[in-house]
Ligand binder design. Structure first.
Ligand code: PGA
Length: 253
């Protein structure tokens, strides 16, 4: 299985900047012949999805949304449905990013509904989990991650054509420039895996789920995470905003 490399551009770019970054990532991927090294996904903000999709075409790079709403239609001003995202060409959707949990008070229950909506629309949810620094100081990291997975996936049974991604992102290292040490990320990925095994049959876990790491990933540290048994991809924020850095990171695999 090729590693999954997801660029999360957050709310950092103008429409023009998003289009030119997408173009540059695409060109460099071809130039460096790195396209077959990884499955690459770009997640621009909502207003740039259409234009970025045009740049990416039907090539090697997939499109992802940064968020979604759980209802299929109705009076929900400003929200976007999963079907809208699918129609725009998204294959993945980030759900429950810690920034949304923190600033927009998203709960595991809301996140659970979003995961269901993404699956129903035929896309792959990227469920973000991870402990805050306070939870780690109190040694609650395992419990936090297990609870986020068990509540985030409550009532979900994956059909044969569905899959999902768990992104373990320790909240305190996101955007800090200093990733967590790789053995600890490895240990936390086992905790996440155990939670998945509590929910799904083992073969489903093996064949239809994957665990990725996020939090200050760069071209220098990526290899040591990639060497870990359970980590099969990366959710990349800062280092995805520069096409040189982003492609270097893929090349480092
Ligand atoms: P970062 O962000 O790579 O800038 O730490 C990761 C994320 O928020 O998904």
């Amino acid at each position: 299985m090729k590693p999954l490399i997801i660029g999360n551009w957050k709310m950092n770019l103008s429409l023009q900047e998003a289009v030119s970054l997408a173009r540059s990532v695409r060109q460099r991927l071809v130039l460096n012949r790195s396209g077959n090294k990884a499955e690459v996904v770009l997640c621009p903000s909502f207003e740039a999805l259409v234009s970025v999709k045009k740049v990416l075409g039907r090539g090697q790079i997939e499109l992802g949304g940064q968020d979604v709403f759980w209802q299929a239609y109705g009076p929900f001003t400003g929200e976007v449905t999963a079907q809208n995202l699918a129609d725009l060409g998204c294959r993945y959707v980030i759900v429950g990013h810690s920034e949304r949990r923190q600033h927009l008070a998203e709960t595991n229950e809301m996140i659970n509904r979003k995961v269901k909506a993404v699956l129903e629309a035929g896309m792959i949810p990227i469920l973000c989990v991870g402990e805050t620094i306070e939870e780690r100081r109190e040694q609650q990291q395992d419990l936090t991650v297990m609870t986020q997975i068990i509540e985030g996936l409550a009532g979900i049974q994956l059909t044969a054509d569905q899959s999902l991604v768990i992104a373990y992102e320790p909240v305190w290292v996101i955007g800090s420039g200093q990733a967590i040490n790789p053995p600890e990320a490895g240990r936390m990925s086992w905790v996440a895996r155990q939670a998945l095994i509590d929910i799904f049959p083992l073969t489903t876990v093996q064949q239809q789920t994957r665990i990725i790491y996020g939090g200050s990933v760069d071209d220098v540290n990526i290899k040591s995470f990639h060497d870990l048994e359970l980590i099969s991809g990366f959710l990349v924020g800062g280092s995805s905003l520069d096409s040189h850095k982003f492609i270097d990171l893929i090349k480092a695999l």
